[in-house]
Design a protein around this ligand. Structure first.
Ligand code: CU
Ligand code: CU
Length: 328
């Protein structure tokens, strides 16, 4: 609030009385006119512009171990359940954003183009070591920002918008997976036949910060909605060795990732080959946690993937792997 010196207050009061008298004379006793000098904000919410910006795919080019990544912060309608649209804040027009895949030791030259006309956005790569106040800073509407990082640690990482309040940007869809492949690959000696990526996340009442804070999701989903992975199963042949890169983007829930009908014989927590576990029935993924999980599917049939926190599965955190003799 700006302090007004007392003498101006007096002058202003006199002027206001004169203006009020003038109003009374010219318009009778109509008190509905606001003082044009009144600085209070208009009541009610400002009108929000509905947006559906067409998805702009990422542009990724490589020169030796230098990788140039261009992504777009944009507002795009996505379908979170059958016939349920959501005006999402996105990277590149999808939720989750595109899977980015680089190699350990790569230098990332990352450009964020922000075409959201109303909001600054930013990029926080969990895959890199960087000073957040320099490398994760907000890019204003209509601007672009370029940042350089080295991806030294292998793993399955979350990336997300880090603009405050972060929960608002996460709840509205600004996250995805970045895989940093280990320099010498994963140590498993068996050949991998199929590779897929799964990102678990939550949807709340649209753009409702209080709902995000209350953390009672309407949907908990794999790869952005509650139906695609059950209607269009992932495919594998009998005997295939499958590797899944899984990530729990949250923003609020923990995930208990489980594949019905098999054991995950090899698990690399956070996708780091040093964090190896064997014979896992369920993998616990904290919000922003990832893993590489590997297993063999020895019989034909439908194998369900779920979060074994079954309230989450009942809200959509489920998908299928269809195993057939010929993979069809
Ligand atoms: Cu954002
Ligand atoms: Cu983070």
């Amino acid at each position: 609030m700006i302090e007004i010196p007392a003498r101006y207050k007096t002058v202003r009061a006199v002027l206001l009385v004169l203006a009020a008298l003038a109003l009374l004379i010219t318009s009778g006793c109509d008190w509905s006119n606001d003082d044009p000098g009144d600085t209070k904000l208009p009541s009610g919410k400002p009108e929000v512009q509905r947006l559906n910006q067409p998805p702009i795919p990422p542009v990724i080019t490589r020169k030796g171990n230098e990788v140039f990544i261009e992504m777009t912060a944009q507002v795009t309608q996505v379908e979170i359940s059958k016939g349920v649209p959501y005006e999402a804040w996105t990277f590149d027009g999808t939720v989750p954003g595109p899977v980015i895949r680089v190699k350990q030791g790569d230098q990332l030259h990352f450009t964020l183009n922000n075409i959201d006309p109303q909001m600054p956005h930013s990029m926080d790569f969990h895959a890199v070591h960087a000073a957040p106040n320099h490398k994760f800073i907000g890019v204003m509407p209509g601007q672009e920002g370029t940042f350089t990082y080295t991806a030294n640690s292998p793993g399955v990482f979350m990336y997300h918008c880090g603009t405050k309040p972060v929960l608002l940007h996460l709840g509205n869809g600004m996250y995805g997976m970045i895989i940093v492949e280990p320099k010498d690959g994963y140590p498993t000696d068996q050949q991998i036949d199929q590779e897929y990526t799964i990102v678990q996340s939550e949807w709340y009442k649209e753009n409702d910060y209080q709902a995000f804070q209350n953390a009672k999701p309407r949907y908990v989903v794999f790869n952005g909605n509650n139906y695609t992975l059950t209607e269009h199963p992932l495919k594998a042949n009998v005997g295939d060795r499958v590797r899944l890169y899984v990530l729990n983007a949250g923003p609020n829930e923990v995930s208990s990732f489980h594949v019905v009908g098999t054991l995950m014989d090899t698990v690399y927590l956070d996708g780091n080959p040093d964090n190896v576990l064997h014979g896992m029935q369920t993998v616990l993924l904290p919000a922003s946690g990832g893993a590489v999980v590997e297993f063999q599917l020895t019989e034909a049939g439908d194998y369900t993937m779920v979060s074994h926190q079954f309230n989450q599965a009942s809200k959509g955190a489920a998908g299928l792997i269809r195993v057939t003799p010929d993979g069809k």
